[in-house]
Design a binder for this molecule. Structure first.
Ligand SMILES: [Zn+2]
Length: 162
């Protein structure tokens, strides 16, 4: 999924957590390597040619992206967070939510690849649909709009009357 969509879903799902902004940050961190690649080479995107091809992205950023989208790496990091700051485990799980969403919103259609969620042990992936498919974008942002309108209406109904 696109990074903005990750932030919106994480914000909605963790809305009642006092550390929801930590969850939102954790929910977008896995995409930082690819966002850095876009900053290093924005020209294909700015020229309307789409995202840069995978083989044009610096290998260390690809490795960081694969690492950040690994359930195994996430599990190790979650264990460390649980040992050191158990109160941060729930907001940190926003990172895991990111991986879960990406497993089902990335496909092996260039320039993308499906999420190899067992990196580095396996290159197993589930090639479903890419997040940039117009139907996916339409459904995703329609659902997000509905969720945020419902949350907004609930907030109005439950806010104290003056
Ligand atoms: Zn991602």
């Amino acid at each position: 999924m696109d990074t903005f969509g990750h932030a919106l879903w994480t914000g909605a799902l963790y809305r009642k957590n006092p550390k929801r902004w930590v969850a939102v940050v954790c929910g977008v961190v896995p995409d930082l390597p690819i966002l850095a690649a876009l900053l290093l080479n924005p020209w294909p995107l700015l020229k309307g040619q789409g995202l840069p091809a995978l083989d044009t992205i610096p290998p260390f950023l690809v490795a960081l992206d694969l690492t950040a989208h690994s359930v195994l790496v996430f599990a190790v990091m979650a264990a460390v967070v649980w040992l050191m700051r158990p109160d941060m485990l729930v907001p940190f799980s926003g990172w895991g939510l990111h991986i879960l969403i990406d497993v089902f919103s990335h496909a092996n259609v260039p320039p993308f690849t499906a999420t190899t969620f067992l990196f580095p042990v396996s290159d197993a992936s589930i090639s479903v649909v890419n997040w940039n498919h117009p139907v996916f974008i339409g459904v995703n942002y329609t659902l997000l709009a509905l969720v945020y309108v419902l949350l907004w209406q609930r907030r109005i109904r439950t806010s104290p009357k003056t």
